[in-house]
Write a protein that binds this ligand. Structure first.
Ligand code: GLN
Ligand code: ZN
Length: 771
């Protein structure tokens, strides 16, 4: 089926759809894809074995979405690793260093993970967070020699596969503006976004090809349009979609946005010939959509079902939102606010959920049924879904009145502590009393918290879970691990020790399991990156700490040494960032409650004789709002939560924090404002910059810029770390400089860690001698 030139013609030939989602989970309901790709990497599964697992996951997904009643189903949202990397392949933008890998799938995995191919070491591409989610994408590298060219095999094959099954398939691709905005220039190449014109012509070829395949609709994802990453986003959107919309042969175009409001990019898109625009109505408002007159000739795909959190939709209110758009838009379709990639597959996999809690929730599959119900309500009238609305109202009312959502004791304590100031003494005075008490050498050495998660630890955890051993035996084994880690640190001559965190598999889960107001899922896995999945806890109610969570481990570890043992906690922002969080009150209020629980823990640690306490905030940057106008308010509450968590102790108790995984640029001022006595910060890639930035932000406390990258198995030499320290000393005086790795050591092997830390301690000695 070929389309002619004008917008009207395209609309006439492309059947409008009424119910869809923007994308779906793809790791398999029981993480089948994770297992299969890991076997393939290990050489225990061949390519056709892997492909048949993947094909089954795709088929099951499409069939279940179609059977549930979606009349347009996203395809090409499957991925062996990451959809941004898939897009790099689609447009021919893999870096030259992987070109020598002959097999296309291995080449793809080489870009994602690096490795040794035919005796050559290939470094992987970088990975970073996808907008403000905890999903990580592969950052495409565009060099001076990158020349875009269409490689459509994946999308065409998946499309044909779906159509052969009778699926109303809608191919999905990451859009050209978003792709370039998320790419990085390498080798002195021009800014990626300046190559938009070139890339748009490759997308034009793709659209023509899809039209030849008889595709009616194609979804082009442009989430970057809801951010301030580009300063001329609206203009670029207008130009790009005018060109693509003006193509003589193409399917109907559905430009999808999510994670925020389009603001001025919405009218800009509405003035182009695209047929449909997707808006996130969980993050944004219907009024902003109704205000754009050009939308009266467009299909608006209204994301009223939250695609990234797990709460059941208020169907009555969502139907009201949809109804408010009738008349302002040409056509209205119902959707999730974003891909459901960010939520688990289905509640059916949870057998131990309290029935009340279950009724408040909707995972991926349940969200599809909500979309379908709303679309029915929209076309057939409210009465047609009266039963669904009643059930949703009941669940929402029950949730509102559940006593677990409102703990007066916590709320009263919180307001009285906040009213009393929740502040520590001045930093300089704290430094003085801590110095007297701790008597540490200049450039003290320490580590970030975790030590290798050995197989003995994993076995113990599994045996405790399946009942082979009891808690007492488990604790005995963990203590054995702790003793080993303490002895190692004493032998190496580190100055401030840690217990190694053997009892924590995932740190956020560890705290969530011990706090009220949280519950854990059994099978609520969500892809974090590649084959790595996480199971975020659900923070549903008021948070309280019934009893100490870490004190006995810390106390035991301290009993083994005369050196100071750091207590090890996770900060409120990070606990929120890595959980599904209640949506019935501002995040700031929830953060304060978590902070209070952490504060209680610091006070108990101090009472147990712990003199240094670290409160990690690696996710501080992750929750930063996508629009700059919202960032200051976020940073304010994030800093307040950290200060609330850490101001319950005496000035003589030293508070550390740790940050990693991100570019700190926009949050550097907030890091300084945390006012921790010591901040360890990932810096192996650029020592000087982060220290200069901290200085520029007026930071005058202790700082430990990571002296080596823990992501690589390579053992760093004494010399390179000594050089790093000498460089650091140009920015920070010896009295303020700490020596530590970039991050925790849990993913490394014991031998690597031993050698690396031995060299690190030697490097510190050398640097001390020169300082
Ligand atoms: N203390 C934690 C660890 O060492 C910090 C983890 C992190 O920064 N992500 O593992
Ligand atoms: Zn870290």
């Amino acid at each position: 089926m070929a389309f002619r030139r004008t917008e009207e013609d395209v609309l006439m030939t492309a059947t409008p759809f009424t119910a869809t989602i923007l994308g779906s989970p793809r790791i398999g309901p029981n993480r089948e894809l994770k297992r299969a790709v890991e076997k393939y990497w290990a050489g225990n599964l061949d390519r056709s074995g892997l492909e048949s697992v993947a094909a089954k996951i795709r088929r099951d997904t499409w069939e279940s979405l179609t059977a549930a009643g979606l009349d347009s189903v996203p395809v090409n949202t499957f991925s062996y690793y990451d959809h941004v990397l898939d897009t790099a392949v689609l447009v021919g933008a893999l870096p030259p260093r992987v070109a020598g890998v002959a097999d296309d799938l291995d080449r793809y995995f080489a870009a994602a993970r690096g490795g040794t191919y035919d005796g050559t070491d290939i470094a992987p591409l970088e990975m970073t967070k996808w907008f403000d989610t905890n999903y990580h994408y592969i950052v495409p590298e565009l060099g001076p020699d990158t020349s875009f060219a269409l490689h459509p095999a994946k999308v065409i094959e998946e499309l044909r596969e779906a159509r052969a099954l009778g699926i109303p398939a809608r191919p999905v691709v990451v859009g050209p503006i978003t792709f370039l905005a998320l790419s990085k220039a390498v080798g002195g190449a021009v800014a990626p976004i300046s190559r938009l014109g070139e890339l748009v012509s490759v997308y034009g070829q793709l659209l023509e090809l899809l039209a030849d395949e008889g595709v009616q609709w194609v979804q082009i994802d442009e989430p970057v349009l809801v951010t301030d990453i580009l300063d001329n986003a609206a203009e670029l959107a207008g130009q790009t979609y005018k060109v693509l919309g003006g193509l003589a042969k193409r399917p109907a175009l559905f430009v999808a946005s999510y994670f925020g409001e389009l603001t001025d990019a919405l009218p800009a898109l509405a003035r182009t010939p695209v047929e449909a625009i997707g808006v996130d109505l969980v993050a944004g408002t219907a009024a902003a959509v109704a205000a754009v007159p050009e939308l009266t000739t467009k299909t608006v795909v209204a994301g009223v079902v939250d695609g990234r959190n797990i709460w059941r939709t208020d169907l009555q209110s969502a139907l009201g939102t949809l109804a408010s758009l009738l008349g302002s838009v040409g056509n209205l379709a119902v959707s999730t606010s974003c891909s459901t990639l960010h939520v688990p597959y289905t509640l059916d996999a949870e057998s131990e959920l309290d029935p009340a809690l279950r009724s408040w929730l909707a995972f991926g599959f349940e969200k599809v049924t909500e979309v379908v119900a709303l679309a029915r309500g929209l076309t057939q009238g409210r009465e047609a879904i009266a039963g669904e609305i009643a059930a949703s109202n009941d669940a929402i009312a029950a949730r509102k009145s559940d006593p677990r959502l409102n703990n007066d004791h916590v709320r009263e304590r919180l307001s009285s502590i906040l009213a009393s100031g929740a502040q520590r003494g001045p930093a300089a005075r704290r430094r003085e009393v801590q110095q007297d008490r701790l008597g540490l050498p200049p450039l003290p050495t320490t580590t970030i918290g975790s030590y290798p998660q050995t197989s003995a630890i994993r076995v113990a955890r599994a045996e405790l879970r399946n009942g082979t051993i009891d808690t007492a035996e488990y604790e005995r084994r963990m203590k054995h691990e702790i003793a080993g880690v303490v002895k190692l640190q004493e032998d190496l001559g580190l100055d401030v020790l840690v217990h190694g965190e053997p009892e924590r598999n995932d740190m956020v889960q560890y705290f969530a399991e011990q706090l009220t107001g949280f519950f854990a899922t059994e099978n609520g896995w969500v892809q974090s990156y590649g084959s790595r999945c996480v199971r975020p806890p659900i923070l549903y109610g008021d948070v309280a700490r019934p009893e100490p969570m870490t004190v006995s481990w810390a106390q035991y570890a301290q009993s083994l040494t005369d050196k100071p043992m750091k207590g090890m906690l996770t900060g409120p922002v990070t606990i929120l960032a890595w959980s599904f969080v209640r949506d019935d009150q501002p995040l700031a209020d929830t953060a304060a409650q978590v902070a209070l629980a952490i504060r209680d823990e610091t006070v108990d640690l101090q009472a147990a004789g712990i003199v240094i306490i670290q409160v990690d905030e690696p996710a501080l940057r992750e929750l930063l709002p996508l629009r700059s106008k919202d960032q200051a308010a976020y940073l304010k509450w994030a800093v307040e939560a950290f200060r609330l968590a850490t101001s319950g102790v005496e000035d003589s108790t030293q508070i550390h924090t740790h940050l990693c995984y991100s570019e700190f640029g926009e949050v550097i001022g907030a890091i300084a404002d945390l006012d921790a006595d010591v901040t360890s910060i990932e810096a192996a890639r650029s020592h000087m910059e982060v220290l200069d930035d901290l200085n520029a932000a007026g930071f005058g406390n202790g700082v430990g810029p990571g002296v080596y990258d823990i992501h690589s198995p390579r053992v760093p030499t004494t010399e390179e770390m000594a050089t790093a320290l000498r460089n650091a000393l140009k920015a920070v005086p010896a009295e303020r400089l700490w020596v530590n790795p970039d991050c925790g050591l849990k993913t490394r092997k014991t031998d690597e860690v031993t050698e690396s830390l031995r060299n690190m301690v030697d490097a510190a000695r050398e640097a001390r001698a020169d300082a």
